[in-house]
Write a protein that binds this ligand. Structure first.
Ligand code: PBG
Length: 324
C-alpha cells in the first residue's frame, strides 16, 4: 500500500524530504532611523525601534553577524525638511547618504538596500509630487516624480548603496533609474523593483513609524488594487524589460498567489515584503499567548518561500536567525 506517512515518520526523514528551507541568508532586515541621538520605540510596531545613526550602525552589524546579508533603510525625515518637491530626497548630505557611508565604513560586506520614493520627504506624504486640480482633487505627477526618483537613486549610489529599491509605483521608473545609474557609471548598482505593490491597509504601522501617512487622499492611483493579479504580471513583464534585477511583491502573506504567479512568469529573483501590518498581526496575536510566536512567524515565512520568494523582507529577521 502506498503510505505517504512513511516520509513523515521521523525528524531525519522529514529533513531529507523537505522541499523548502528558510535560512538567515534569505532575510532582509528593514531598519528605521532618524536624526536624533536617542533611540525611540515605535508604538505601532511593538519590539521595533527607530534608531539614531550610531545605533543603526551597531544594530545592522549585529544583524549581519547573525547571518543576515542585507538591510533596507527607512529614514524618518524632520518636518522642517519636507517640501512639495521633496528636494531633501536627493541631498547628498541627507540622512540616508550619511547612513550609507557610516554603514559601509563599519560593515563593508553588508548589502545596503535603499528605499526610493518621496513619501518621507514630501510635505503631502505621497510617494510622488502632488498637484491639485481646480476641484481640489489630487493628482500624482508621474514623469516629474520619476526625475526626482532618479536624482534620489543617484544620491544613494554615490554614497555607496548596493541596491536601490523604488517603492513608488510610478510608470517607467525602473528604465529611467537604470539609465541614470548607467550614465554616471554605476553599472553595478542593482535595482530591486517593488513590482507588484498593492494599495494595502497593512502599511498603517509603518506610516506611524515614519510619520509618512498621506495628508490627503490615498495611494490608489499608483499602488495596485488588491483585487488584481493579471495586472501584477503586466508590471512583472514591464519591470523585467526595463532592466530590474530583482522583482518584489508586497505585502507577502495575503498575496502568496501573486508571488507564485510572478515566480512562473519571470526568471528573475523574487523578493517578498512581510509588511508592518503583518508584523503587528503576528506580534499581537502571539502576545495573547494563544498562538506561539516562534511557530507562527516561521510558518508565515516558509509559506512565503513555498509560494516562490527567494528573499524576504521581515521585521522578524533577527529573531528568526536566533530561532533557526
Ligand atoms: C514607502 C514605503 C511604504 C512601505 C515601504 N515603503 C509605505 C507606503 O507605501 O505607504 C510599507 C512597508 C511596511 O508597511 O512595512 N513608499
Amino acid at each position: 500500500m502506498t503510505r505517504p506517512r512513511r516520509n513523515r515518520r521521523t525528524s531525519a526523514i522529514r529533513s531529507m524530504v523537505r522541499e523548502n528551507i528558510l535560512s538567515p541568508a534569505d532575510l532582509i532586515l528593514p531598519m528605521f532611523f532618524h536624526e536624533d541621538a536617542e533611540d525611540t520605540p515605535i508604538p505601532s510596531m511593538p519590539g521595533v525601534t527607530r534608531w539614531s545613526l550610531a545605533s543603526l550602525v551597531r544594530e545592522a552589524g549585529e544583524a549581519h553577524a547573525l547571518g543576515i546579508p542585507a538591510v533596507v533603510l527607512f529614514p524618518k525625515i524632520e518636518d522642517s525638511l519636507k517640501t512639495p518637491l521633496a528636494e531633501e530626497s536627493f541631498n547628498d548630505n541627507g540622512l540616508v547618504p550619511r547612513a550609507i557611508r557610516a554603514l559601509k565604513a563599519a560593515h563593508p560586506t553588508l548589502c545596503l538596500i535603499t528605499d526610493v520614493a518621496l513619501d518621507p520627504y514630501n510635505s503631502e506624504g505621497h510617494d510622488g509630487i502632488v498637484q491639485r486640480n481646480e476641484r481640489g482633487t489630487l493628482e500624482i505627477l508621474n514623469d516629474e516624480t520619476v526625475d526626482v526618483l532618479c536624482s534620489q537613486a543617484l544620491s544613494h549610489a554615490r554614497a555607496g548603496a548596493d541596491i536601490v529599491a523604488p517603492s513608488d509605483m510610478m510608470d517607467g521608473r525602473v528604465a529611467a533609474i537604470r539609465e541614470a545609474l548607467d550614465d554616471e557609471d554605476f553599472i553595478n548598482v542593482s535595482i530591486l523593483s517593488y513590482t507588484a505593490k498593492y494599495a494595502s491597509a497593512f502599511y498603517g504601522p509603518f506610516r506611524g513609524a515614519l510619520d509618512s501617512a498621506p495628508k490627503d487622499g490615498d495611494k490608489k492611483t499608483y499602488q495596485m488594487d488588491p483585487a488584481n493579479t493579471r495586472e501584477a504580471l503586466r508590471e512583472t513583464l514591464l519591470d523585467e524589460a526595463e532592466g530590474a534585477d530583482i522583482l518584489m511583491v508586497k505585502p507577502a502573506g495575503l498575496y502568496l498567489d501573486v508571488i507564485a504567479k510572478v515566480r512562473e512568469t519571470s526568471t528573475l529573483p523574487i523578493a517578498a515584503y512581510q509588511v508592518s501590518g503583518e508584523y503587528l498581526m503576528l506580534k499581537s496575536a502571539s502576545a495573547s499567548g494563544w498562538l506561539d510566536e516562534k511557530a507562527i512567524v516561521l510558518e508565515s515565512l516558509i509559506a512565503i518561500k513555498r509560494a516562490g520568494a527567494d528573499m524576504i523582507m521581515t521585521y522578524f529577521a533577527k529573531d528568526v536567525c536566533k530561532w533557526l
